[in-house]
Design a protein around this ligand. Sequence first.
Ligand code: ADP
Length: 359
Amino acid sequence: GSACHKDDKDRGVNVQVILRCRPFSEDDVRAKTPSVVACNEDKQEVIVTQNMGNKQIDKTFSFDKVFGPSSKQKDLYDQVVGPIVKEALEGYNWTILAYGQTGTGKTYTMEGEGGKAKNGEFHEDIGVIPRAVEQLFDTLEAQNAEYSMKVTYIELYNEEITDLLALDDKSKKPISLMEDGKGAVFMRGLEEELVRSADEIYHILQKGSARKHTAETLINTQSNRSHSLFTITIQIKEHASDGVEVIKCGKLNLVDLAGSENILRSGAREGRAREAGEINKSLLTLGRVISALVDHSGHVPYRDSKLTRLLRDSLGGKTKTCIIATVSPSIHSLEETQNTLDYAYRAKSIKNRPEVNHK
Ligand code: ADP
């Protein structure tokens, strides 16, 4: 009821912003590419160095957490995602967004690589999604809880939503966004897959990735222009002290955004790019929504793109949000790295007003 939430406005929780710098690729190591990014994991700071003539300019950014090039998947998971998954189990909604230039490790961070070995051990390169599913199952099984877990997996490309889990013929129909009476956005015709064990998640991720590939050749484009959203919904049955049954609902939105270099490209050539169908309207609008929230400039253009309609509750709503910004240490990426750091740093001041969900 509204009476018990009257102080919601004052209870804002800031968007959490994490910075991850990838290691150099073997090619970069061979070419002895200079690094322009220094990570201080103790101070949670990143220093970017730019040489202007013979002057060296250092710019320092601080984040909620900083993970340097030698950080492992497990480090990021244990320090950042583990506590988030715990809150999802308590009935909160959480969104994790991977944001950064193509090639800086968004997919590596969110999905990872390697899967599960035959001995049941995780490959150390697996990412946030499979680790989160494993943690959810481990916790729920240990509590002997009565629960159900469902996932959806969609791709958003050129303002069209594709269901990555649907069967082939069904998936030809694009998914449409609808609004319920309360203004909450949902997707019509989306396949929800019931997950019964953590192992099933590899099958689901593979199925989704395979479909992403097909879409890529069909429309002759690259996955760095599309956004993928993996959503896990958990419902846990509980008995309150008076014996009344309550269903606690938690949600995790795990989002791998299009390469951030597409924002500038779209912005600069908006007119022409739109004609060519190239514009990344969603990424551009995400930037505008963040700016409007940061600058408190009244109108927030959530409705201008599908991505921002889907993420509305994560940006100034009741869902808690964590942005993982990814950068490369290379001097060749300097400009993109600066853009990513500026963008991520600004997003720190956005506030959400989280609430626990009951049914
Ligand atoms: P993006 O999704 O941002 O385009 P990817 O996740 O596809 O980037 O990463 C590009 C390549 O770099 C992949 O081959 C990946 O294995 C590697 N890579 C990215 N980040 C890391 C990291 N932190 N540690 C090791 N390898 C990484």
